[in-house]
Design a protein around this ligand. Structure first.
Ligand SMILES: [Zn+2]
Length: 274
């Protein structure tokens, strides 16, 4: 599942290929990908518009079109984009194809079919769902507010950090890495985290997310960015996926547990329960 660094990399790659392209036609092969409106309405709203740029808001890709139109695209489990020059016909599991000028096209492929598209406009996309529900990325999160919310919660810190209405951008891979780097046990109750640790969590999360973005994200499981390009941050993971391997700090074995149903890797020596 792509997390924030991976979505940022997809955004960068999309900008290289489709920025300033005109959408000349759209084919939707499975209606359920288009949320709230009919595929015909989606198509009618965007055909003829130019893609000004692609940004991201948390894990949503935000396509800014002329006429103030916005497409929100969420990749969920397995969504992927492939760009073709010259344009190619549909492949298996391609569910939305954007025909672009210059005989090129952008295929949205999704083997698990959990991805979503929402049509918005520049005036409302931040103030209505789904984006209005999202918190901020760690780099933009105010420490005092963050610490205040931690001290009022009795949830496990890992569970809270995965909650995108609490802080945006940490999925299962990066939460494990951030908790290892800050020496915090994943099941520590949020209200036991002190302010110094809260500060470290935000700073470390920012560093790890930025470093992974620079390295093209983590290609574990099936993640590739655009046109099947792989990232390399998986080579720098310290604990995630490393069950029974020696801890990079103390050489004790990394163990795997479940926290709120999510596979969780940590060092029982470096990350003691508080
Ligand atoms: Zn250790």
């Amino acid at each position: 599942m792509p997390e924030l660094p991976e979505v940022r990399v997809v955004r960068q790659e999309l900008n290289k290929y489709v920025k300033n392209k005109i959408i000349t036609d759209v084919h939707v092969f499975r209606d359920s990908f288009i949320k709230e409106i009919k595929p015909e309405e989606f198509k009618k709203a965007i055909v003829g518009e130019t893609i000004i740029e692609i940004t991201n808001y948390g894990k949503f890709l935000v396509f800014h079109l002329t006429n103030g139109k916005i497409i929100l695209s969420h990749l969920r489990m397995e969504g992927k984009y492939n760009f073709f020059d010259p344009a190619k016909t549909r492949f298996y599991h391609d569910y939305v194809i954007f025909e672009l000028d210059g005989n090129t096209n952008l295929h949205y492929n999704d083997t698990r079919m959990f991805g979503t598209f929402h049509l918005r406009n520049v005036n409302n996309y931040l103030t209505i769902e789904p984006l209005s529900k999202l918190a901020k990325i760690p780099a933009e999160t105010d420490l005092n507010t963050f610490y205040d919310k931690l001290s009022k919660s009795k949830k496990a810190i890992k569970t809270l950090l995965l909650d995108q209405t609490f802080v945006v951008g940490l999925g299962n891979i990066y939460v494990d890495e951030v908790l290892f780097a800050t020496k915090i046990h994943p099941q520590t109750l949020a209200n036991k985290i002190n302010k110094k640790q809260a500060k470290m969590l935000l700073e470390t999360a920012t560093d790890i997310l930025d470093r992974s973005t620079e390295l093209g994200g983590s290609s574990i499981n099936s993640y590739t960015s655009l046109n099947k390009k792989k990232g390399s941050f998986q080579n720098f993971l310290q604990v995630h996926t490393k069950v029974n391997q020696p801890c990079p700090r103390c050489k004790n074995k990394i163990i795997k547990i479940k926290v709120n149903g999510r596979g969780t890797y940590y060092c029982p020596v470096c990350q003691r329960e508080q």
